[in-house]
Design a protein around this ligand. Structure first.
Ligand code: HMG
Ligand code: MG
Length: 298
C-alpha cells in the first residue's frame, strides 16, 4: 500500500549548495528559497549554523536566514552544537536539525568526534530546543554504506536511531550519504527499526543518487509506510566530508513519480523545473535531474 500524501523535505539550499564548487551569492540563495516556496514546497532546509571553515559555502547563514524568514514555510536549519543552536535561535529559527553518524569514520570526518561524543554534543542542543518548543530533526548519516568502512551493520544503525529518539528528536532522517543503498537493504533497515519499536511516522528517508537507486529506494520506503522524503531541487548536492557522495534524489524526479502514482504533494512541477534550470545557470553546470532535462525548454 502507498500513502495518499507525501511531505517533501527540500534540501537543495543546504545539502545541495554546501557541496557546489561555485560560490552562490546570498541574494541568489534567498531568491532560490523564495522560488522553491513559490513552487509549493513547504519544508525548505535553508542553511547550516556550522563552523564556517568546515562548510564555507554556508558561511553566510546569518545574512541569509533573515532574508527568507518571512516566508510562510518551514525553514529548518542544521545545528551541530550549542554554539550553532544559539546562532539559529537568535535569528528566530523554529526548526533545527542535529546530524549524527552511524559510523565512527564519518563521525570523525564530519564532526571531529566519536559517535558517542557527537551524541553527547547533541544532547543539550535537543533538550534546549525542545524546552523552547523548537522542532528537532535528527539526521543519521551512513545508514547503509560508508566510504571507509563498507556496508554498515543494521543493528549499529538502529542503536543510533534509538539514541536520537530517546534524546527527544521529533523525527529522524535516514541518510544514504554516499548513495549505495538498494531497495532490499532499505526494506531490511525499516523492518529492523519497526521491530525495535520505532514508529514509521517518525522516519524520513534521505537518499543520494550516486548509483541511480534513489527513486527505487524511495518507492521501497513508501511501500513500508514512510511519508517524509528528502530531495534537492535539480538534484544538487553531495557532502564535502564523504568522498563519492553525489547529489540528492532530485525533487523533480520524485514529484514526477509521485504524480504518476496519484500521490499528492501540492507542488507545481513547471515552476520547480524553471527554478532548477535558473539555478543551474548560476552554478555553471546543467542539472543532473532527468526530469529537469526532459521538461526544460531552451
Ligand atoms: P571542532 O573543530 O571540533 O570544534 O568542530 P570545537 O567545538 O573544538 O570548536 C572550535 C572552534 O569552532 C571554536 O572557535 C568554536 O567557537 C567554533 P575558537 O574558540 O577556536 O575561535 N565553533 C563554531 N563556530 C560557529 N558555529 C558553530 C561552531 N561550533 C564551534 N556552530 C564542529 C566541530 C561540529 C563545529 C565542526 O565539525 C563542524 O562545523 N562540522 C559541520 C560539518 C557539516 O556541516 N557537514 C555537512 C552536513 S552533514 C550532511 O551533509 C549529511 C546529511 O545531508 C545527511 C546525509 O546525507 O547523510 C545531513
Ligand atoms: Mg545529505
Amino acid at each position: 500500500d502507498l500513502p495518499t500524501r507525501v511531505r517533501i523535505h527540500e534540501v537543495g539550499a543546504r545539502d545541495g549548495l554546501q557541496n557546489e564548487k561555485a560560490t552562490v551569492p546570498t541574494e541568489v540563495k534567498a531568491e532560490f528559497i523564495r522560488r522553491l516556496a513559490d513552487a509549493g514546497l513547504t519544508t525548505i532546509e535553508a542553511t547550516s549554523f556550522v563552523h564556517p571553515k568546515w562548510v564555507p559555502q554556508l558561511a553566510d547563514a546569518e545574512a541569509l536566514f533573515p532574508m527568507v524568514g518571512d516566508l510562510p514555510v518551514s525553514l529548518p536549519v542544521l545545528v551541530p552544537n550549542e554554539r550553532g543552536l544559539d546562532r539559529a535561535l537568535a535569528l528566530g529559527a523554529r526548526r533545527v536539525a542535529v546530524f549524527a553518524s552511524a559510523t565512527e569514520s564519518f563521525a570523525k570526518a564530519n564532526l571531529n568526534r566519536t559517535v558517542d561524543e557527537a551524541l553527547a554534543m547533541f544532547e543539550p542542543v535537543v533538550s534546549r530546543a525542545k524546552s523552547e518548543d523548537v522542532h528537532v530533526r535528527g539526521y543519521l548519516s551512513m545508514c547503509f554504506g560508508d566510504p571507509w568502512e563498507g556496508a554498515v551493520p543494521i543493528p549499529q544503525v538502529v542503536k543510533v536511531c534509538t539514541s536520537l529518539l530517546d534524546m527527544g528528536c521529533d523525527e529522524l532522517s535516514l541518510g544514504d550519504t554516499i548513495g549505495v543503498a538498494t531497495p532490499g537493504h532499505v526494506v531490511a533497515l525499516l523492518a529492523a527499526l519497526d521491530e525495535a519499536g520505532v514508529p514509521v511516522s517518525a522516519l524520513g528517508v534521505h537518499f543520494h543518487d550516486t548509483y541511480g537507486q534513489a527513486l527505487a529506494n524511495t518507492l521501497a520506503a513508501l511501500q513500508q509506510g514512510v511519508t517524509t522524503v528528502d530531495a534537492s531541487a535539480g538534484g544538487l548536492g553531495g557532502c564535502p566530508y564523504a568522498k563519492s557522495a553525489t547529489g540528492n534524489l532530485a525533487t523533480e524526479d520524485l514529484v514526477w513519480m509521485l504524480r504518476g502514482l496519484g500521490i499528492d504533494t501540492g507542488i507545481d512541477l513547471g515552476r520547480l523545473v524553471a527554478t532548477s534550470a535558473w539555478m543551474a545557470t548560476h552554478l555553471g553546470r546543467p542539472s543532473p535531474s532527468r526530469t529537469v532535462r526532459a521538461l526544460s525548454h531552451e
